[in-house]
Design a protein around this ligand. Structure first.
Ligand SMILES: [Zn+2]
Length: 303
């Protein structure tokens, strides 16, 4: 049973928006794609895990951000059952990698990547200490899951907590059969209650309102070339049609996420959406979907 379903991180959502509205540097694009790829891998893992027999008896927690001793750490996927806590670090690496004689992880072009085993060890140790400090005793098992079938690791040491794509099926047989008990539920509730809110703005490119391209973005091909016709927006590129209400709401949500410090006003959204030529349409929609604060020209909307 999934306790908290996975969704895109705020950071990934923001990168998606920025990628469509400004020119990112090569480094930023690379980082953005690593986020997309990571998320895709996690979704694949979720689908695999939730499809296993008995999965409804487990408690599954996703994307926990925890803190112990002023150090934050993230857990991609955590499974509680039969008084055992499994936690999984999911990697969607693709291509050939190898481990050199010094234990460094490298691509075939000799580019060093962060050693996932060290990451896993660090998170496991922090989690263990955190649970101890909360007075919660449970056996912890941790694994790195390489989910991508096109991943190959050469010179991998034996007896490491690594699961390769070809081993997934065998590994599933080791997962607990007994359902989660009261203690598991207690741990799950506690971890959720101390789960931190992410701060997505740390690694974002710098951007200003003026710098970003305005306009509603097609929900299907992400083009900004839309045409407004009788409460419908038609994409000039892919001919996709969307009701003007849902496309404005989408754009307002984008505006709020990109500019949390800016006030949502009729004029601001009118300027942001660009393609809607009627302020009346925008005001009506904001009134219907958000709470209006204040009167007249100084009024604005909140969620
Ligand atoms: Zn389109």
């Amino acid at each position: 049973m999934v306790i908290n379903p996975r969704s895109e991180s705020k950071e990934l959502k923001l990168y998606r928006m920025l990628n469509r509205r400004m020119d990112l540097s090569d480094e930023e694009v690379q980082y953005y794609w690593s986020l997309e790829k990571g998320f895709e891998g996690e979704i694949q893992f979720d689908a695999w895990l939730n499809d296993l027999p008995g999965s409804e008896n487990w408690l599954i927690l996703n994307d926990l951000l925890l803190e112990y001793n002023r150090t934050t750490f993230q857990i991609d996927s955590l499974l509680l059952a039969d008084e055992i806590l499994y936690f999984f670090e999911i990697k969607n690496f693709e291509g050939d990698f190898f481990i050199d004689e010094n234990g460094r992880w490298l691509t075939l072009t000799k580019k060093e990547i962060k050693n996932p085993l060290l990451q896993l060890e660090r998170s496991k140790s922090l989690l263990r200490q955190l649970l101890q400090s909360l007075g919660l005793k449970v056996a912890i098992k941790s694994k790195i899951i390489f989910i991508n079938p096109h991943f190959q690791l050469y010179q991998a040491p034996l007896c490491q907590p690594i699961i390769f794509p070809t081993q997934l099926k065998r590994f599933s047989k080791q997962l607990p059969v007994k359902p989660a008990n009261r203690k598991c539920r207690q741990i799950s509730e506690k971890l959720l209650s101390i789960h931190l809110k992410e701060s997505p703005y740390k690694r974002l490119p710098k951007y200003t309102y003026e710098q970003l391209k305005k306009g509603i973005i097609c929900k299907s091909c992400h083009s900004r070339e839309l045409q407004y016709q009788d409460y419908i927006l038609i994409c000039k590129k892919c001919s996709c049609k969307e009701d003007v209400r849902s496309s404005i709401i989408r754009s307002v949500e984008e505006f709020i996420l990109l500019f949390p410090e800016r006030k949502v006003t009729t004029n601001a959204i009118f300027e942001w959406c660009e393609v809607i030529k009627s302020k009346k349409v925008i005001r009506k929609l904001l009134l219907e979907n958000y709470t209006c604060i204040g009167y007249g020209k100084s009024s604005y909307y909140v969620d």
